[in-house]
Write a protein of this length. Structure first.
Lengths: 249, 230
């Protein structure tokens, strides 16, 4: 067995030199490269995390914007609903006013038509009444009827005030009769009127069959209607007033 | 067959009166050194962020050594990386150099494992003093109590000696067995033994490096202030 100390020394030095050389040329640069890569990866990871944080922040912003949009949409919908409600109310009010106007117009037309119908009916009734009254009067005793109407004429004159009767003195009076009066009758009528007025009357006689029966006394500023025709007119006027009152009710 | 315990100089250098023998193990060691240093220089000449296959392999080796240092000692790998990693690589390649016909591994002679063990012995002292100072390092021998000082000092020598003997014995025996078998049946028969020798060489390199790391860390830990109280 041999043991060479020179070789021991050489090998020890060799290994130490090898350790230094490999430290210089292998372990240090490779470890530095690994550390650099790890640092780069860490930096990239940090950047990626930062970008992720930015992306999440952007996402939050977008979510907030979306929430704002939803709120805005709700507000717009509420406004639109309110506007639509207002428009509907306006349209309804306009439609109601228009309907009321139409109703009023229709009502006025209906009232006018009813008035026309009533007037026509009244005229027809009046004509019918005149016809009936004429036919009835034709069957009555003419002198008796004339006497009765003459008595009512005298009573009418008697009902006048003294001032009115005085105003009729000396005035040209026209006596209108429904039928022709012969002279004796005219004299009797003149006498009765003179007696009623208290002064002689200046009379002219005229016949008007439309009076149906009776005598009427007319002056330029005076008229005493005493005939069936006048009675029918009064009745018709009274009926008309009654109809107006019922319509108003 | 020559005795595996006998070494013969390959050539002599220097004057005849003071001739220094250069053994084959030294020449092989120089060749291994040249290969490792040139390869490392070429490999690390163009390191890039996106590694090539060779660079990735180198980084894998560095990462594995670092991880082993962390796993075994729990310490940061940077101060020990070059020492332990170089020991492992050198021993591994030296052991595997037996595959080259005509080459005797340097670790199969006594001088190389002895030199490696001596370096480990000295490095334990170096790292121990660097970690805890001279006082701290010396106090480490008095743990757990001063009675243990002679035993601890003896142990510091014997454990390095055991490393030397273990490495030399394993590699030398493998070479010796292959040589015997090869002399008996030179064709194909030694191949399984060579494969086994590869495994043995790798395991021995790993064991030597790990034990070195354990001993160094033990010395560093014992020299730290908190161990003074205990």
């Amino acid at each position: 067995m041999t043991f060479d100390y020179w070789t021991l020394g050489f090998q020890a030095v060799n290994v130490l030199v090898l350790i230094w050389l490999l430290h210089r040329f292998f372990w240090k640069p490779v470890a530095a490269m690994i550390a650099a890569r790890q640092a780069t990866v860490a930096t990239l990871l940090d950047e990626a995390k930062a970008k992720q944080a930015e992306a999440e922040a952007e996402l939050d912003k977008i979510a907030a914007t979306r929430a704002g949009l939803a709120t805005e949409r709700d507000a717009m919908l509420a406004t639109a609903r309110k506007d639509a409600e207002a428009a509907r109310e306006t349209l309804l009010a306009e439609a109601r006013a228009e309907a009321e106007a139409l109703y009023a117009t229709a009502k006025a037309a209906r009232v006018r038509a009813a008035e026309t119908l009533k007037t026509n009916a009244m005229d027809e009734a009046q004509g019918l009444a005149l016809t009936i009254a004429g036919q009835l009067a034709a069957r009555l005793d003419g002198p008796a009827t004339d006497a009765a109407f003459l008595r009512w004429l005298v009573e009418g004159l008697a009902a006048l005030s003294d001032t009115e009767r005085t105003a009729l003195a000396g005035v040209e009076l026209e006596l209108v009769s429904a039928a022709d009066q012969d002279s004796p009758v005219q004299d009797r009528i003149a006498a009765a009127i003179t007696n009623a007025l208290g002064t002689p009357a200046k009379l002219t006689f005229r016949t008007e069959p439309a009076l149906i029966a009776g005598h009427e006394l007319h002056a330029p500023h005076f008229s005493l209607r005493n005939s069936w025709r006048a009675d029918l007119d009064r009745i018709a006027a009274a009926l008309g007033e009654k109809g107006d009152l019922s319509d108003a009710a | 067959m020559d005795s595996p315990l006998e070494t013969f100089p390959l050539f002599m250098v220097g004057p005849e009166s003071f001739a220094v023998p250069i053994m084959a193990s030294v020449v092989v060691t120089w060749a291994i050194m040249a290969m490792l240093v040139l390869g490392a220089a070429l490999l690390t000449r163009r390191l890039t962020m996106v590694p090539s296959r060779a660079q990735a392999t180198a980084e894998l080796l560095v990462g594995t050594v670092d991880q082993q240092i962390r796993d075994v000692t729990g310490a940061a790998p940077a101060p020990y990386r070059a020492f332990v990693g170089t020991l492992f690589m050198f021993i591994l390649i030296a052991n595997w150099s037996s595959l080259i016909p005509g080459v005797t591994p340097p670790t199969a002679t006594m001088e190389t494992p002895a030199a490696l063990a001596a370096i480990v012995f000295l490095s334990i002292i170096f790292f121990g003093i660097r970690g805890g100072g001279v006082g701290g390092f010396l106090r480490g021998f008095a743990l757990p109590n001063p009675v243990m000082i002679p035993l601890n000092m003896l142990e510091s020598i014997t454990r390095s000696f055991s490393m030397f003997v273990r490495l030399f014995g394993n590699v030398m025996s493998g070479v010796f067995v292959i040589a015997i078998v090869g002399s008996l049946a030179a064709l194909l028969v030694p191949i399984p033994l060579m494969v086994l020798d590869l495994l043995t060489g790798a395991v021995q390199a790993y064991i030597f490096a790990v034990l070195s790391m354990v001993f160094i860390t033990s010395a560093v830990e014992k020299g730290k202030p908190h161990n003074k109280e205990s």
